[in-house]
Design a protein around this ligand. Structure first.
Ligand SMILES: Nc1ncnc2c1ncn2[C@@H]1O[C@H](COP(=O)(O)OP(=O)(O)O)[C@@H](O)[C@H]1O
Ligand SMILES: [Mg+2]
Length: 343
């Protein structure tokens, strides 16, 4: 059978309202996709299926309309805090980092790939990871890498909006999200983890922050081993000590050194046919970028490429269009000026 045959069946059974056949066709398509290396598609289908089953179970719980309505409303609320539910194609090779960071991430990935083996030996599995470091150094990228390598669905949570939306309800909302994510054994990505600290500014109730931290401590403790929590922050010192102690692995993603900048530049150019107009100048640019984040360096390089090709003569077909290193250097310098001003 091909993918199209499954889709035809699914359409047919869906329109005929034949739930049993529809479900079995969907499951067949999920297996087929997994076997044909369309793992991300399979994970997304599986998530849709699980959510539908959960909905049916909750609506089947009672015939009282208002309760059904309440459950639907709660679901909607949780969805408001989930920025995205995604699968990822990123792999470790996409992240430039020190050997130590890469090794730590590899071990973490291996633990989850061999989770059953660890369980057989009664060994605990690390599942809570903190990514910290300056902005633009790959915290979000590292989370995507973990989702891609582990072929897991990732919930990206808008912590800022949970904290600020309804005061007094942060704990409740966090619990709902964790419960939902655990049911799907996926990854919970709490970006800007330090925004928890904002509770102190928003809430008049001084006990609120303490309650939220306590809830999180409990949620961390009872997180199933195959559910992964990734928290990211550029202000690690803002985090509560008790929370930090619950983290299994803490990874520092720092500003790049010269070798890492060179690797980033090579990676950025690897899928293109661009080349620098002058090798010595390109090394000068790399030296000048020290102190900038991966993101800023990549941004200036891509801008320099775009400007260089705009200057090409319309019909000039160059095998390796040249990137003007003078342009790039100017962009690096102005990026550094902005950085200094904001300090
Ligand atoms: N360590 C890195 N290796 C490769 N690319 C990086 C790295 N850090 C940042 N980038 C580039 O910059 C972009 C933004 O980085 P991001 O992961 O959002 O940073 P952060 O979350 O730490 O602020 C990435 O999508 C990637 O293109
Ligand atoms: Mg980020």
């Amino acid at each position: 059978m091909s993918q199209f045959d499954f889709i035809k069946d699914i359409a047919k059974y869906g329109l005929e309202n034949d739930q049993n056949k529809l479900l079995s066709s969907l499951n067949e398509l999920i297996d087929y996709s997994k076997q044909n290396k369309k793992v991300n598609f399979a994970i997304q289908l599986q998530s849709i299926l699980k959510e539908a089953i959960r909905h049916q179970q909750t609506s089947g719980l009672t015939t009282i309309g208002s309760l059904k309505h309440q459950i639907r409303e709660q679901d909607k609320e949780v969805n408001d805090f989930i920025l995205e539910k995604l699968t990822s194609d990123y792999r470790l090779k996409d992240l430039v980092a020190s050997k130590n960071v890469k090794d730590e991430l590899s071990y973490f990935i291996e633990e989850h790939k061999k989770i059953n083996f660890l369980r057989e030996h009664n060994l605990p599995v690390s599942n809570k990871i903190l990514l910290h470091g300056p902005s633009g150094c790959g915290k979000t990228l590292a989370a995507y890498v973990l989702a891609g390598e582990l072929e897991k669905l990732m919930y990206v949570i808008d912590l800022g909006s949970i904290v600020s939306s309804k005061l007094g309800e942060t704990s409740k909302n966090l619990s709902k999200i964790f419960r939902r994510a655990a049911a799907e054994s996926c990854i919970i990505f709490l970006d800007e983890f330090d925004s928890l600290g904002k509770i102190r500014d928003y809430s008049q109730d001084h006990g609120e922050m303490k309650r939220v931290v306590n809830t999180l401590l409990q949620l961390f403790d009872y997180l199933p081993q195959d559910t992964i929590l990734i928290a990211a922050t550029n202000q690690k010192d803002m985090l509560d000590d008790a929370l930090l102690r619950r983290i299994d692995l803490s990874i520092d993603l720092e500003l790049p050194n010269k070798t890492q900048i060179t690797e980033l530049v090579n990676k950025t150019l690897s899928n293109t046919n661009f080349a620098f107009d002058n090798k010595a100048n390109s090394l000068k640019c790399i030296n000048s970028s020290i102190g900038l984040s991966f993101y800023s360096i990549q941004k200036t390089l891509i801008t320099a490429i775009k400007r260089s090709i705009f200057e090409l003569k319309p019909n000039a077909k160059q095998l390796h269009p040249k990137i003007k290193t003078d342009n790039w250097l100017d962009l690096i310098k102005s990026e550094k000026k902005v950085l200094l001003k904001n300090k």
